[in-house]
Design a protein around this ligand. Structure first.
Ligand SMILES: [Zn+2]
Length: 479
């Protein structure tokens, strides 16, 4: 049997993360966490490095790190003692044992890298705090160094039964894990997943649906508004979705300092954890634009948390436009309402979406656009479709469409799909003449996407406005 479940997507709703905080009796030892094939006990040392003590359920001859992008271990992690070596073999960081081994110990120095397409293994906060991603400790057995090298860095070539990973993190510092402040040790169990654990004294802000760890080194103008803005974002979603989150979202807001020019931002979502790592010279000056951007990022990710709260299954990746477009449309309206000029904010957001979306629709339908190289279309075209659908459904809004779609999915024991999206829209009073062109845009593809979108908008109360070149500039009647 081959089970490989590695959730690599950034800002994607469809990440599977099976974490459970098994509390317990074994906390103080470095023993195997029950039910795992590989347990890493990760203990913070006084020198800023970590002791990483592995125990395996069965003796191993060699193990690859399933998350090896970024090449940050060799040179920073050292095997403690004899009988094993750490090498990089054709793209995989690999532990090779002289004789079958049931345990190995390493000392790891955190490297703050941003691997392409994967989570940062360690994220540093300018106030001395640190978040570590437990998924970086995932190991998969191979026969030997040659077998590791033969994979050529490709996880899909690996064959075997993936061991369940247990990670026990121990620190004298305060920790935040799974929406709660912890002392001493935490345990995370996952299969191809992982979670962020925070260690440090960062400022903690809490609401009914979230707990946030905020870098105290962030500029004052961000710190002055972040608490209020987070509260507002969650409160608005609780109202619109008519429910709080069952499992609190965990927000980590790290600041990398002012050293690099401009503004840089890396965000990621893993299960209920939202990570934002931002830095740059532009952060020095108070900027409504940057504040809107940060709020928009959080609002988009938090929309996913609420989308996922119903228990309805996510559909095919080809239909990611439902989640990403929905999250964009929700975030646009929500952040617009937090600005001084909501109309202008909305106009700019959808004018940009229009520009970005059209090339993808000229190439084919929205469904599957990502596989054709237009992954951004799920966000841009998806937000336009969501906006039109909501405006064209007189008995509801985007939240009502989502709720109807998800309750139908649960009733029918089916994943969320384009069919259920359009059925929900119809159920909320949308005209069949509006549903039809949207279905064509999504499923079949259209020859004249600008014309079709424009015609669809004209059937709603949106009152779209265009310039002479046919570019959407905004909406006459804001809703
Ligand atoms: Zn998203």
């Amino acid at each position: 049997m081959t089970v490989i479940r590695i959730g690599f997507a950034l800002a994607l709703a469809m990440i599977a993360s099976a974490c459970d905080g098994a509390g317990g009796a074994m906390m103080d030892s470095a023993a195997l966490i029950e039910g795992t094939g590989v347990t890493a006990t990760v203990s913070e040392r006084a020198d800023g490095r970590f002791d990483v003590d592995y125990v395996f359920a069965a003796p191993q001859t060699a193990m690859i790190f399933s998350r090896s992008t970024g090449d940050y271990r060799v040179g920073a992690w050292e095997v403690a003692g004899e009988g094993a070596r750490l090498e990089r073999l054709n793209g995989f960081d690999t532990l090779v044992f002289d004789a079958p081994a049931s345990q190995v110990s390493l000392v790891a120095e955190p490297r703050f890298v941003n691997p392409e397409g994967d989570y940062s293994p360690f994220v540093d906060f300018s106030d001395g705090g640190l978040a570590l991603f437990t998924g970086q400790f995932d190991l998969m057995p191979v026969a030997d160094a040659d077998a590791a090298a033969a994979l050529e860095g490709r996880l899909d070539r690996w064959r075997g039964e993936q061991p369940v990973l247990g990670v026990r993190v121990r620190s004298d510092r305060r920790m935040v894990f799974e929406g709660a402040v912890r002392e001493g040790a935490i345990e995370d169990v996952s299969l191809g997943g992982g979670s962020f654990v925070y260690l440090g004294d960062g400022e903690i802000v809490e609401g009914r649906s979230y707990i946030g760890v905020i870098d105290r080194g962030l500029p004052d103008w961000v710190l002055a508004s972040i608490d209020r803005d987070m509260e507002a974002i969650f409160a608005l979603y609780e109202t619109r979705w008519q429910r709080p989150l069952d499992e609190r979202a965990v927000l980590y807001f790290a600041f990398g300092g002012y050293d690099n020019p401009g503004f840089s931002n890396k965000g990621g979502v893993s299960g209920s954890v939202i990570m934002l790592d931002t830095s740059g010279e532009a952060m020095r000056e108070e900027s409504p634009r940057l504040r809107n951007y940060l709020n928009w990022f959080f609002a988009h990710e938090v929309a996913h948390q609420f989308q996922n709260a119903s228990g309805a299954r996510n559909g095919d990746t080809a239909d990611s436009w439902i989640h990403e477009g929905g999250a964009n449309t929700m975030a646009n309206a929500l952040v617009a309402g937090m600005t001084e000029e909501p109309g202008a904010y909305i106009d700019t957001a959808y004018a940009q979406a229009w520009t970005n979306c059209l090339p993808a629709l000229q190439d084919g339908p929205l469904r599957g656009a990502g596989a054709r190289g237009y992954f951004g279309a799920y966000y841009d075209c998806g937000s336009l479709v969501s906006l039109i659908a909501a405006a064209g459904a007189p008995d509801g809004d985007i939240y009502a469409i989502w709720q109807a779609m998800q309750s139908a999915a649960l009733d029918m024991d089916e994943p969320v799909s384009a069919d259920l999206f359009f059925a929900a829209m119809s159920g909320l009073g949308a005209d069949a003449d509006l549903v039809r062109p949207l279905r064509r845009i999504v499923i079949e593809g259209v020859v004249d996407p600008a014309g079709e979108l424009r015609a669809a908008m004209a059937m709603t109360p949106l009152s779209p406005e265009f310039d002479e070149a046919g570019q959407l500039t905004g909406f006459g009647a804001q809703n």
